[in-house]
Design a protein around this ligand. Structure first.
Ligand code: AOF
Ligand code: ZN
Length: 300
C-alpha cells in the first residue's frame, strides 16, 4: 500500500479535482503490474495497472481508493477488476464520492472477491486531504497564507515599495501556488498590489485567480479571473465548490484573512517570516488555531 501511495503521488497537480490513486497487482508474492491515475479525465489507476496484463487470475490488487462503480470518463473499475479474475482487493480509503460510496466494494463482494479495507487509511487521507475535504465538507480545502516582517507587520503604513519575503521564500510561495486549484485575494489587495497571482518563480500549473469584490468596486478584472461578489466566507466557498474548485490559497489582505479566521473555515496556515522589521503599519493576523501539522512557518 505504501507503494500505491507513492505511485498515486506521481499524479500530483494533474488529476484535480479527482483524487491521486495508485495501484499494485501482486501474484505469488511478486509485483506483476503497477499503475496510477496520471491525468484528469484519463484512465483510473486500476485500469492502467490491469491493462498491462492479459489476465490477473488469482492475483491480489492493492489500490489506494475504493474501485469506482460509476460510468464517468471511463467504465467502472470494479467491473474490470472482476473481469480480470482478481481474487482479493486490498484498499486504503473508501470513496466518499456520492456516485461511488460503497458501490465499488458491493460489486467486488457480489463477485466473490475478498475485500480488505482501511490499510494505511490515515496516510491516504493525508495525501488526498483536498479531495476528502471537498467531498465531505462540500467546500474547497482552504490554506491561509501571508508574509510578515520580523516584527509582525504585513505592510508599512505609507504607500510605496516594500518587500518582506526573501527570494527563497518567494520560490516556496510560488511552488505552493502550483499545488492549489485557486488563489484568492480581496479587492483592497487587488487595487493596491495589482497582483498577477501566477507562479512565475516555479515551474507548474497556474491556479485560477479569484478576487473577492463584495461591494462591486472593481472594473477591468481580467476575463480569466473569477470575479466574486459574495459577502461572507461561507458564500464564497460555496461559489468555489459549485465550480468544482477543490482547493484555494487565500493570500490576503488582512480583512479577508481575518474573515476566514473568524469563520473557522480553513484547514492550513502558512506564514513567510521576513528578516527585516517594518517598524509599524498593518498588523499581520495572530496565528489562529489549526490541527496538528497544519501550520507552516518559513523563517528567512
Ligand atoms: C478509481 N480509481 O484511479 C480514481 C478514482 O471523472 P472520472 O470518470 O475520472 O471519475 C472520477 C471519480 O472517480 C473521482 O471523483 C473518484 O470518486 C473516483 N476516482 N476511482 O477507482 C482511480 N482516480
Ligand atoms: Zn475507477
Amino acid at each position: 500500500m505504501r507503494r500505491c501511495l507513492a505511485l498515486a503521488s506521481l499524479g500530483r497537480g494533474r488529476v484535480s479535482p479527482n483524487p491521486m490513486v495508485g495501484c499494485v497487482v501482486v501474484r505469488d508474492g511478486v509485483i506483476i503490474s503497477e499503475g496510477y491515475h496520471q491525468q484528469f479525465g484519463h484512465n483510473h489507476a486500476e485500469r492502467n495497472a490491469l491493462f498491462r496484463l492479459d489476465e490477473a487470475r488469482g492475483a491480489t490488487l492493492y489500490v489506494s481508493l475504493e474501485p469506482c462503480s460509476h460510468h464517468g470518463h471511463t467504465p467502472p473499475c470494479a467491473d474490470l477488476v472482476v473481469e480480470r479474475g482478481v481474487r482479493r482487493v486490498v484498499c486504503c480509503n473508501d470513496d466518499p464520492n456520492p456516485l461511488v460510496d460503497g458501490g465499488g466494494f458491493r460489486k467486488l463482494e457480489a463477485a466473490g472477491i475478498e475485500v480488505v479495507r482501511h490499510v494505511l487509511e490515515a496516510e491516504g487521507r493525508e495525501l488526498n486531504r483536498r479531495f476528502f475535504t471537498f467531498m465531505e465538507k462540500r467546500r474547497p480545502y482552504v490554506i491561509l497564507k501571508w508574509a510578515e516582517s520580523r516584527d509582525g507587520y504585513m505592510a508599512p503604513s505609507a504607500d510605496g515599495g516594500y518587500w518582506i519575503s526573501t527570494q527563497r521564500q518567494n520560490r516556496i510561495n510560488h511552488r505552493w501556488r502550483t499545488e492549489e486549484a485557486a488563489i484568492l485575494v480581496g479587492s483592497g489587495t487587488y487595487l493596491r498590489d495589482h497582483p498577477s497571482l501566477t507562479p512565475r518563480h516555479y515551474l507548474g500549473p497556474s491556479p485560477l485567480p479569484v478576487v473577492l469584490d463584495r461591494r462591486s468596486r472593481l472594473a477591468g478584472v481580467p476575463s480569466h479571473w473569477l470575479h466574486l461578489h459574495s459577502s461572507t466566507v461561507g458564500e464564497t466557498l460555496h461559489e468555489l465548490y459549485v465550480r468544482r474548485v477543490q482547493s484555494v490559497i487565500v493570500e490576503g489582505g488582512s480583512l479577508v484573512l481575518d474573515a476566514f479566521i473568524a469563520s473557522g473555515l480553513y484547514d492550513e496556515v502558512r506564514v513567510l517570516r521576513g528578516s527585516g522589521d517594518l517598524g509599524g503599519g498593518l498588523k499581520a493576523p495572530a496565528i489562529p488555531p489549526v490541527e496538528p501539522g497544519r501550520l507552516i512557518i518559513v523563517e528567512p
